[in-house]
Unconditional design. Structure first.
Length: 369
């Protein structure tokens, strides 16, 4: 075994020993139901929050949907202290359509990573994300694939309560917020030497954490849903030591205004269908119910087309792969287009919100005891 491999193995063992269970607090201070008080693009929700802990990870996750071009594009920019380096960057771009799934992954040493001291901007090698006034830009550059996207922000930034999921015994935490809940997105995407103009919708969430990688969130449900006059975002995740609990976020907005939010909604996976080449079936329908007093959101999401399937552990940094393998054999991700229809009840009035969107179903095959 090489010295580097030996040190990495030792670190994996140490991280496993440091993992602790205990109570968990979800989004302290969040009030389910009607939302007030969020009316601007909040620079603080964008800015990097670097920490010294070896467990530090920070993510800017960009999901974009281009129905006319029939593609879903994801850009993920991450900063880490995990492993043998601090403040290095791990970045990826994915493009999926009904016939193919493409991914480009790149990693950059700390000296190749720049965090702007004023405003918001992060550069990792040739890649950059930045906010300039009311305009947000994403530039991902590689010889294999690239994306140049401009976001016209439609909805104010939003955070549920303190934004934190806290493991009370260890002090580990992950913090979520939503700097861009809804934006019109235009630009270009390049793959296999071909550049296409794109126009669609998207969002950006920003998460950071000091959380043992042994708490790998191995199960996810996410939906980013849009209509001409409203958007609905639904995200939930779980890990082995949450013992069946889910970290949940649901938000409803219209242009310029957050309307409703919940972190204790009901979510059902329905109509599972086998997916060729995978041991994990994919639900083809989901039922959602979020109730807060006399206000509520109720409805269903129907999968119309699975765009991609992937064992996502294959794409993780080496240390994450080793840690994840302790708990799960495989973690399958399905990204899909969908239709949805909800009834939203607010202030004694009911409106229908329906349209199209994209979603992500992630489920793991657990290791046998």
């Amino acid at each position: 075994m090489t010295g580097k491999a030996s040190r990495l193995t030792a670190m994996v063992v140490a991280l496993l020993l440091l993992a602790a269970t205990g109570g968990v607090v979800f989004f302290n201070g969040h009030v389910n139901g009607k939302v007030t008080g969020y009316d601007k693009t909040d620079l603080a929700m964008f800015r990097a929050q670097p920490m010294k802990s070896k467990f530090y990870t920070e993510v800017w996750f960009h999901e974009t949907q281009f129905p006319e071009q029939n593609i879903i594009v994801i850009v993920n920019i991450q900063l880490h202290n995990l492993g043998l380096k601090s403040r290095y960057a791990f970045c990826y771009l994915t493009i999926s359509d009904p016939s193919r799934y493409l991914i480009d992954i790149s990693e950059f040493d700390p000296e190749e990573v720049k965090v702007d001291p004023q405003g918001f901007g992060i550069t990792a090698g040739p890649h950059r994300i930045e906010l300039r006034g009311d305009q947000y830009r994403v530039k991902y550059r590689s010889s294999k694939m690239s994306a140049d996207l401009t976001y016209q922000i439609i909805v104010p930034s939003y955070q549920q309560g303190d934004g934190k999921v806290v493991f009370t015994e260890s002090g580990d935490f992950v913090r979520h917020n939503f700097p861009i809940p809804w934006a019109k997105v235009t630009g270009t995407v390049t793959s296999n030497g071909k550049t296409v103009k794109v126009s669609g919708v998207g969002s950006m969430n920003h998460d950071w954490q000091v959380l043992s990688p042994t708490r790998f969130m191995s199960d996810w449900r996410a939906n980013w849903l849009y209509s001409p006059d409203a958007t609905v975002s639904i995200v939930r995740a779980s890990a082995a030591d949450l013992n069946g609990q889910w970290s949940q976020r649901l938000m409803v907005a219209e242009p310029g205004k957050i309307l409703f939010a919940s972190h204790n909604y009901k979510y059902q996976d329905l109509d599972p269908r086998p997916v060729p080449g995978s041991p994990v079936p994919c639900p083809m329908r989901y039922r959602v119910e979020a109730v807060a007093g006399d206000d509520w959101l109720k409805g269903e999401i129907k999968v119309t087309r699975i765009q991609e399937k992937k064992n996502v552990i294959d794409d993780m940094p080496q240390l994450f792969r080793q840690l994840a393998a302790v708990f799960v054999a495989e973690t399958w991700s399905y990204r899909y287009f969908c239709d949805y229809k909800f009834d939203l009840r607010l202030d004694g009035k009911t409106r229908v919100i329906s349209g199209t969107g994209a979603g992500n179903y992630v489920s793991s095959v657990r290791n046998k005891p």
